[in-house]
Design a protein around this ligand. Sequence first.
Ligand code: PHE
Length: 471
Amino acid sequence: MENKLASKEAWGSRLGLILAMAGNAVGLGNFLRFPVQAVQNGGGAFIIPYLICFLLMGIPLLLIEWSSGRFGGKFNNHSTPYIMDGMGKAKVWKYVGVFGIFTNIAVVAYYTYIESWSLVYVLHSIFGTFESMSQSEVALFFTEYVNVLTTSTGIPFEAVFFYVLVLALNIIILSKGLGGIEKAAKIGMPLLILFGIILAVRGLTLGESGKSDLFPDANALDGLNFLWTPQFDSLANPKVWLAAAGQIFFTLSVGMGTIQCYAAYIKEKEDIALNAVSAGFLNEFVEVVLGSSIVIPIAAGYLGLDWVLENAGFGMAFQTMPFLFQQWGEITAAFAGVFWFGLLFFAGITSSLAMGTPWMGFMKDEFGWGKTKGAWSFGALALIMGLPTVLLYQYGVFDEYDYWAGTVSLVVFALLEAILFSWVFGIDKGWKEINEGSEIKIPQVYKFIIKYITPLLLLLVFLSALITPFQ
Ligand code: PHE
């Protein structure tokens, strides 16, 4: 027994664990999805539900997922179906875990596509492709790039090629196991934060100087004001609440089982409460501070808020930023492009790696598959799921994936795991798990919140998803 435990795979160090978990959470969601969700849901109106969802669902779910994962690891379970099976009494919980795995595959399918855009845009920034292009030319460049089937750029399958390449890169890193994930996070996270701070400072200091001759009414601060001026009237709109909850789950990476799978490799008596809460707050810092200080203010600074409101979407950052960077001079533009798209790439890959772990863990728990087989089979599934979003991007397939897999499924899974934790496994046992080895004292009120408030709110969000017609 000793030997079996000693030879178990584990995180190399606490720093490695924290960076990997932070890398998991900090992703494209922080820089692309958050600003867009905020803009589409009324700017300041979005922030209040968002923060409430963070405190009453986000933090509780983080605690649930970290502790469930470490609990499962004690029994050598490393995948959500096995971890959940070990906590519940009925077999159905195993299938809930399996459902979570498919969410990961559906999300990774479109997620890695954006990752591949980022990589391509790093290269184009270096080669100066966007020099002397007008705003509409930059926007058109993107449209042609993603309109794979009708492209006229001469390299029709550039998008498909880079998509497959980025997927392969993910697979190669995943097949190296935890060590590979840790290494990617150790390189990616510090660079991401550095690039983010540089760009955010630039975005925030753009201010009045962001006014351009082309759009004399534009002002960077308009973007920030729009995001941060609370508007209370839309609080009654269930669509805003659903979007806020969906964004909290997406950005914290809860509701998909990736956290459980990472946490299953934490040592039995090691702290999880402090780690979980710090990873959550770090993610929120990156999201609300850095995430709202780059795309929106810079775009609003040059193109005006109206343009931003009309064009908000995942692609907006690709359609605008290369042009806006040009206003800073050629050399600075190249650096800014590398920083921005490099940041997106690192944010993306450290998250998409996490989405591979539930599948790989399941193949290991169920069939004893090794890492290589697990990683390549994951890649094959992601490719099958991903090709429709790549090939049919212009028909809105991408947004459908993001709504069903990236929003609704997370809520469903989160609701089920909250019920499992508090009501099947039992909140007393669960609370003990959370506090075992803890380096901080989680306020007792959270025991109550986790048992009653979180499941109830999740239920409400789920019901509102049912009655809210797909936009
Ligand atoms: N949290 C990541 C982001 O903000 C996305 C993600 C979701 C990653 C679920 C892993 C699991 O982009």
